[in-house]
Design a protein around this ligand. Structure first.
Ligand SMILES: [Zn+2]
Length: 330
């Protein structure tokens, strides 16, 4: 089973009219039939909301000016996933039974909130875990909780409260998009499961959107995992991207993390990529990746990177069924 830890499915459907249930829109690769055909069985489906100042927001009016608007948009995205009857994985037992019974063609999702502004106050986190949110990345650009991409800064006071509430509710921390200071602040206070859903190696592509080798090593030391993004600007500084770029980041991050069991995919293939410029032009090309990974990794390690590593991590990091009930009660 291939696992993709970062897809902005609901945002694309609501903000851009790229529905999930039919074939992919032109120059776009993601949809339920496309994922099924490619052998993807589990995704982290995001609740991504764009602040009104974001550049990508120029193309859409689906943007927020304040936390309340972000909240409404986030709920709309959860409802979109419901309308698609996308099966949500809420705890470790549900994950295990889904993986055991999985047949090609089936898709399930773990809900990941990218940018935490839809959570109006940390005390409302329970409403989101009730809706199925199991992973939160506090930042995108800067949010009320954290410094973010090209917006330096640490965790805010509200951010510290949010992380405490996340720990109580057994939510996983996603450091992708967090500014360096916010990552450092998180390492200092966070004792729960940690991951980076879609960030590549800064040693290959400079810039604060990518993670340093030291961050990769620290996430790995805590049992976490690093998802490789297929976003062209995250794969290389310039020029045409191919799956070889994906392999290059996998190899680098595996070395930095101390082993390939800490590496997976978080393609972000629908994060605003025009598929003409991405490393694949049809999702079925994902199947060529294991063969390329085999140049550097064993068959088992390549299988791990394609999906098994995420399944292992989520099996450890998702709440147990009893904890999940706790996560879901206010
Ligand atoms: Zn992102």
């Amino acid at each position: 089973m291939i696992v993709d830890a970062h897809l902005d499915i609901a945002w694309n459907a609501i903000a851009d009219g790229r529905g999930f249930l039919g074939p992919p829109a032109p120059r776009y690769l993601i949809s339920r039939p496309a994922l099924s055909a490619a052998g993807v069985g589990l995704v982290c489906a995001t609740i991504y909301t764009a602040p009104a100042l974001a550049k990508r927001a120029m193309r859409t009016r689906f943007v927020y000016e304040n936390a309340h608007e972000a909240h409404i948009m986030g709920v709309a995205e959860v409802n979109y996933y419901r309308s698609c009857e996308l099966r949500l994985i809420r705890d470790a037992r549900e994950l295990a039974s889904y993986v055991r019974g999985w047949r090609r063609g089936q898709i399930a999702a773990v809900l990941l909130m990218e940018g935490a502004d839809p959570i109006e106050t940390p005390s409302q986190l329970g409403a989101w875990t009730d809706m199925g949110v199991r992973i939160i990345g506090p930042a995108w650009s800067r949010t009320r909780y954290s410094g973010g991409t090209r917006a330096p800064g640490g965790l805010t006071e509200l951010g510290v409260q949010l992380l405490k509430a996340m720990r109580r509710k057994r939510v996983i921390l996603d450091i992708s998009h967090m500014a360096d200071q916010a990552v450092a602040d998180s390492f200092e206070m966070w004792r729960g499961p940690i991951m980076s859903s879609h960030s590549n190696a800064r040693a290959i592509v400079p810039g604060d959107r990518q993670i340093t080798d030291a961050t990769a090593a620290e996430v790995a030391r805590r049992g976490g995992i690093l998802g490789i993004s297929f976003y062209p600007n995250h794969l290389r500084k310039s020029g045409v991207t191919t799956l070889d770029d994906v392999v290059r980041h996998a190899l680098h991050l595996a070395r930095a993390a101390g082993g390939p069991e800490h590496v997976g995919l978080g393609t972000d293939l629908d994060g605003g990529i025009d598929s003409r410029y991405g490393p694949i032009h049809d999702l079925r090309e994902l199947r060529e990746l294991p063969r390329k990974l085999r140049r550097h990794f064993s068959a088992r390690q390549a299988e791990g990177i394609m999906g098994a590593n995420w399944i292992d991590f989520l099996g450890r990091a998702l709440p147990a069924p009893t904890e999940s009930r706790r996560a879901s009660s206010r």
